[in-house]
Design a protein around this ligand. Structure first.
Ligand SMILES: [Zn+2]
Length: 416
């Protein structure tokens, strides 16, 4: 009886016999170096890459996937998403609170997350405006295996000086922006806001530093960074330029979000400090529809010109960049992923070579996310987040619009 029980326990405890998958890859891109290796075998087991090379032996019984005519690379990442935002027409943050329930926004966010994954984005950082921590729950649902989706970083509520990103709200309406923002106006309040976000499940932190005539001091930024770093989280800060951006860079933020007005001097300071630029380089056709986004943005023509110039200068100066989109709209006839990939044309127009753009979408984003050595490369020990295209994105980055194969944590989620 005891023996029988022990046997039953052993059987129960034994992990399911995982099958090995072997990918025959015609061309494997290493985005970190831009190098291409031909005719490689990639072995995948238990969600991870176990071996890569030209002479790797395919074990008996392995499932074999043929990508010998494809360009194979690690999954793409978007460092600046708002998956649960999606206004048809001009963005109006308060309108989303009033006209869409958190349940509807959760469903929209899950839809957008899955759409992004199908297009090859296996990792995203969702930077707030998520209807009271809805993105945290989307992340949890994906992590529990209820739904397939990208690996997510979620920042929860955006920490900002009083008022969040809402303007001209009459006093009798109350501080209802706190649905998506936390007011924090001293270093101690900033620390508390970081702790509250972590408590409610955030695994990254987002600040908006300069959306009002008043902006965060270096000391306030440093308080957020030290509190977040102690807990193993990184900090991205929305800031456009000037003294506010200097405070963000010197305060030790991991990334500057947007940075539309960064001078050469500030870009050089970022390079020196290792601050990553997530430039959210909006396509003009999106800006036109967004309008001023309720007073957050200058007119489309001005922003568009400035973005191209700043992206070009940041690349020339050698600032480390990660690809981030900030899509917050619904455009007729386009999916969320279509709109994310619209940004590629802006990078090309700004003179960024395709290899550098791909690196910003993989290697650099993974580093910013704290995933170095875990995701973002095709190498033994990394998560098996693998995509393939029929043509070479190092020649024409638009090849990324035609991702034909997606593997996420070893599971095939899109196949030719
Ligand atoms: Zn944003």
């Amino acid at each position: 009886m005891l023996k029988k029980l022990l046997m039953a326990m052993l059987l129960f405890a034994a992990p399911a016999l995982a099958q090995t998958t072997a990918i025959r890859a015609g061309n494997v891109i290493d985005p970190a170096t831009g190098a291409v290796t031909k005719n490689q075998i990639i072995l995948v087991k238990d969600g991870k890459i176990t071996d890569v090379g030209p002479a790797v032996k395919i074990p008996a019984g392995a499932a074999v996937l043929d990508l010998s005519n494809s360009w194979v690379m690690p999954g793409l990442m978007d460092a600046h998403t708002h998956l649960t935002l999606g206004s048809p027409g001009e963005l109006f943050l308060e309108g989303e609170y009033l006209k869409a329930s958190s349940a509807l926004r959760a469903l929209n966010g899950l839809r957008n997350a899955q759409d992004a994954l199908q297009a090859g984005f296996t990792g995203v950082r969702d930077v707030g405006n998520d209807a009271n921590f809805v993105s945290v729950d989307i992340r949890r649902a994906i992590e529990r295996g209820w739904f397939i989706g990208p690996t997510m970083l979620t920042t929860g509520k955006i920490i900002a000086p009083f008022g969040g990103q809402s303007h001209n709200i009459p006093p009798e309406m109350g501080p209802f922006w706190r649905f998506e923002y936390q007011d924090a106006d001293t270093p101690d309040e900033v620390r508390k806001a970081v702790r509250q976000n972590i408590y409610y499940g955030a695994n990254a932190i987002k600040l908006v530093a300069d959306n009002s005539p008043y902006y965060y001091s270096e000391e306030e930024v440093r308080a957020a960074v030290s509190e977040a770093h102690k807990a193993g989280l990184t900090v991205g800060v929305h800031v456009y330029g000037g003294e506010a951006a200097r405070n963000v860079i010197l305060g030790g933020a991991d990334s500057v979000e947007h940075g539309f007005d960064l001078s050469d001097e500030l870009l050089k300071l970022m390079k020196e400090k290792g601050t990553v630029l997530v430039g959210t380089d909006f396509p003009y056709e999106h800006l036109k529809v967004m309008g001023t986004a309720g007073g957050i943005l200058p007119p489309a023509e001005v922003v568009s010109k400035g973005i191209l110039d700043r992206l070009h200068r940041a690349h020339k100066i050698g600032v480390k960049m990660a690809f981030g989109t900030d899509v917050v709209l619904e455009l007729p006839g386009k999916t969320r992923a279509d709109m994310m990939l619209d940004y590629l044309a802006v990078w090309t127009e700004a003179g960024i070579p395709p290899a550098e753009t791909l690196k910003c979408m993989t290697t650099n984003a993974a580093e910013l996310f704290g995933w170095k050595g875990q995701r973002g490369a095709i190498a033994a020990g990394e998560a098996a987040d693998i995509i393939a295209t029929p043509s070479n994105p190092l020649e024409n980055i638009q090849a990324l619009r035609k991702v034909q194969f997606v593997m996420k944590d070893g599971k095939v989620v899109k196949k030719m």
